[in-house]
Every structure is written in structure tokens, then in C-alpha cells.
Design a protein around this ligand. Structure first.
Ligand code: DOR
Length: 426
């Protein structure tokens, strides 16, 4: 039986309230022991010195665009999974805006098959809410769930039709699966950056906060009546954070995520017309960034999610108004979150790790994201002191659309273990 012993790390397991310097023993692909270990435990094990490092459950990213099938020039399931493990992620949830979209059970099977072939991070498929992601007719949620889908979303598009959304919530609630929404009212969508003075100055069309907040407000009205589990993707406005805070206080079954870019960047970054800053929802104002940070700190936003969205170099070299939306993030996420949240004084490592493990695991109803004995041996080792510089040409991802190239960061995953196997080691 394969054994690995991680010794003397700062073990942080938020699900079990653990934050202590101790050992973690992995055996036969499972967590075997957390605490003090002895010579018998170490016998036959690969012993890894984790002194000075954080040892935590394998990180989970609930929002990744793997692009396969259909856009393999941007990314594949294998390259996304490699980028994931290099970023400390043992599990990623892949979005269904592929070609064809993941809107049926065969497509879900295909993702799982490709994930198995890649044999790196676990890739969990998120199916479409509507057939073809066109917001008109519900996709076969039941069949996709049986095939292994963990949630549903039309990400890239919000579901505009209230009747379709109501039915989707009724079905997902019956199936016990979360619905994830890209909150953007379609009739209010246009433009390529945040609506405001910067867009006016640049002569670019604006995307107003109202488009996000109106859809969120409508959905909260629906879930209050239906009671379904509802998850808001990439929250970008202060108004959304406040609505979610209130909805949680009112006892609604809502969860939400924040991305690195909405925690770090404002629309002022678009001043140079660099399409690497073009993302949907767009970079907003300093007040919005502050609210998103506060939301993560107080748990209103229970997950961190990269919204890793690779595009080809040619596409991102188009002028700002014509380039596609999206920023990659898997290989820089931990350092960026540390910068936005820990270095800026909003939270500590245990809270950050909670938002990257227990938080997303709860959303997708997964037993992963913990070091509980008997669970899958998914473990991430982070060196919180490691200073490094982002170099996009060294990424495992095919994507190079990363606005952080050259940025100096502190804190980096140095090992990712999935099912007891070391998949990445720095
Ligand atoms: O910026 C984005 N890019 N936002 C989305 O919602 C979709 C994503 C993509 O697929 O490129």
C-alpha cells in the first residue's frame, strides 16, 4: 500500500477546526492519520518534510473553463488539469460553455473520461441549465446528474427568462443539485468594460452594475419561494455583496464566489486598452473591490473561484472592444488571494484556505476539501513565505491572457497530491 507522510507542517483543516503543527499520513489513497505519528506510521512511507509550510486539504476551484470539447486551441482538459495542480488545486469544476456545450449526459461522460486520461486534478463537470445555453428550454439535468454533473449553469450567459429560471430552480431543488448563475440580465448587456467615467474617457461601451444586481434580485425572489440551492458566480458589485449578506441573514440557501481579479483590480486597469483586463463581469470600482474583499472576509462570499478563462493569443491581440472576455488564474490564484486578502489585512491563512476547500465543497455537496480520516488523500502544501514573480511563459495552461505577468507575489503551492499521488512538486 502506497504511503506518504507529511511531517511537521502547519496543518490547516477548516472542516475539522484543525490549525496545528503536526503530521499527515496518507495511505492507500486515503487520509490515514492527522496528528502525531510514530515509527510504524513512517515505515514504508515516502517522508516529506513540510516544516515551515502549510499542509491543507487539496484546493478546489468551482469555476474553470477547460474549453474541451471544441476550443482545444485555447485549452484542453489535460492542460487545464496540469495548470490546476501547478496552482495547488486538486479539484476543478469545469464550465459548460464548450462547443458543443455540456448540455447532455454524453458530454458529461466525455469530460470525466478526459479527466481520467489526464490523471491530474479531478475535473468535475458542471452541466448547462438550458439546451445549447440559449436560455429557452431546460437541458436534461436529471440525466447529467446521473452521469456525474455536480451543478448547473449557463455561465457566460445569465438565464434571462424568469419562467425558465423558475423551472430550473424547481428541477434542481428536486434533484438536490445547486444552480450556479452568471448574474447578468441579457437585455442590459452591451459594451466591453464597466460603465462609468473610465469607459466614457476610453470611448468604450459600458456594462452597468444594474445588469448583475437586477438578475440577482429576481433570483432571490424566486429562491425565497422555491427554496433551491443557488450559487452566484463571480460577484463583482458592492450592491450584490450587500444583497447576498441580507439574503443569508434571511436564511436563504445562497452561496457566492469571488475571483482574484474582482479582489485586486479596478476598471482603471483598462486605461491602456489592454484586452487582458477585459473580463465578464467587468472590473468595477475601488468601492466594489473593497466590498468584495469584505464579503470574502465575513463569509458572505464563501468561495474563491478563478474563473480561469483561457483564450488564444490571436483573439486577445484584437482591439479591446473586439477581444473576448476572460482572464486566466489557476497558476497564480493562491499568490493573488494572499495579496488581496492576507497582505491587505482582510483575513488569515485558515480563512483563506476555508474559502478554497470547505467553502466550495459545501456548494457542490462534495466530500472533498477536508483532511478527515478515510476521505480521499487530496492535499496541498503551500509555502506562505515563498516570494516569486509571475512568468506567463512558464504556465502549464495554454492561455497567456494573464494581466499579472511580472507581478511579484508571496505565497505559492509547492506540492499537490490527488488521491495519494503527488501530481505536482515545485
Ligand atoms: O470573462 C469571462 N470569460 N466571463 C465569462 O463569464 C465567460 C468566460 C469565458 O468563457 O471566456
Amino acid at each position: 500500500m502506497k504511503k506518504t507522510l507529511l511531517q511537521n507542517g502547519r496543518v490547516i483543516d477548516p472542516a475539522n477546526g484543525v490549525d496545528a503543527v503536526c503530521d499527515v499520513l496518507l495511505a492507500g489513497g486515503e487520509i490515514a492519520k492527522v496528528g502525531t505519528t510514530n515509527k510504524t506510521d513512517a515505515r514504508g512511507a515516502e517522508v516529506i518534510d513540510a516544516g515551515g509550510k502549510i499542509v491543507c486539504p487539496g484546493l478546489i476551484d468551482p469555476h474553470v473553463h477547460c474549453r474541451e470539447p471544441g476550443y482545444e486551441d485555447k485549452e484542453t482538459i489535460a492542460t487545464a488539469a496540469a495548470a490546476a495542480t501547478a496552482g495547488g488545486f486538486a479539484t476543478i469544476c469545469c464550465m459548460p460553455n464548450t462547443n458543443p456545450p455540456l448540455d447532455n449526459d454524453s458530454a458529461v461522460h466525455y469530460v470525466l473520461q478526459q479527466s481520467g486520461k489526464a490523471n491530474l486534478a479531478r475535473v468535475l463537470p458542471v452541466g448547462c441549465i438550458s439546451k445549447g445555453r440559449d436560455g429557452k428550454e431546460l437541458a436534461e439535468m436529471g440525466l447529467m446528474l446521473e452521469a456525474g454533473a455536480v451543478a448547473f449553469t449557463d455561465d457566460g450567459n445569465g438565464v434571462g427568462d424568469s419562467m425558465v429560471m423558475q423551472r430550473a430552480l424547481q428541477y434542481s431543488s428536486m434533484l438536490g443539485v445547486p444552480l450556479m448563475q452568471h448574474c447578468q440580465e441579457p437585455s442590459l448587456f452591451g459594451g466591453s468594460m464597466n460603465s462609468g467615467p473610465v469607459a466614457v474617457r476610453l470611448g468604450l461601451g459600458g456594462i452597468a452594475s444594474a445588469g448583475e444586481e437586477i438578475m440577482l434580485r429576481r433570483d432571490l425572489e424566486l429562491i425565497e419561494r422555491i427554496g433551491a440551492a443557488y450559487h452566484v458566480q463571480h460577484v463583482s458589485t458592492a450592491g450584490s455583496v450587500e444583497m447576498l449578506r441580507q439574503a443569508k441573514a434571511d436564511g436563504l440557501n445562497v452561496s457566492a464566489e469571488a475571483t482574484p481579479h474582482h479582489l485586486l483590480l479596478t476598471d482603471a486597469a483598462c486605461m491602456g486598452y489592454d484586452p487582458n483586463y477585459k473580463v465578464n463581469p467587468p472590473l468595477r470600482t475601488a468601492g466594489d473591490v473593497e466590498a468584495v474583499r469584505q464579503g470574502v472576509a465575513d463569509g458572505t462570499l464563501c468561495c474563491l473561484a478563478t474563473d480561469h478563462a483561457p483564450h488564444t493569443r490571436e483573439e486577445k491581440e484584437l482591439e479591446f472592444a473586439l477581444a473576448p472576455f476572460g482572464i486566466i488564474g489557476l497558476e497564480v490564484a493562491v499568490g493573488l488571494y494572499a495579496k488581496a486578502l492576507i497582505e491587505a489585512g482582510y483575513c488569515d491563512w485558515p480563512t483563506l484556505i476555508e474559502r478554497m476547500t470547505t467553502g466550495p465543497a459545501k456548494v457542490i455537496h462534495s466530500p472533498l476539501g477536508t483532511l478527515t480520516v478515510g476521505r480521499a488523500a487530496d492535499v496541498t502544501v503551500i509555502n506562505p513565505k515563498k516570494k516569486w514573480t509571475v512568468k506567463v511563459d512558464q504556465f502549464h495552461s495554454k492561455g497567456r491572457n494573464c494581466p499579472y505577468n511580472g507581478m511579484k507575489l508571496k505565497g505559492r503551492p509547492v506540492m499537490t497530491i490527488v488521491g495519494g499521488e503527488v501530481k505536482f512538486r515545485l
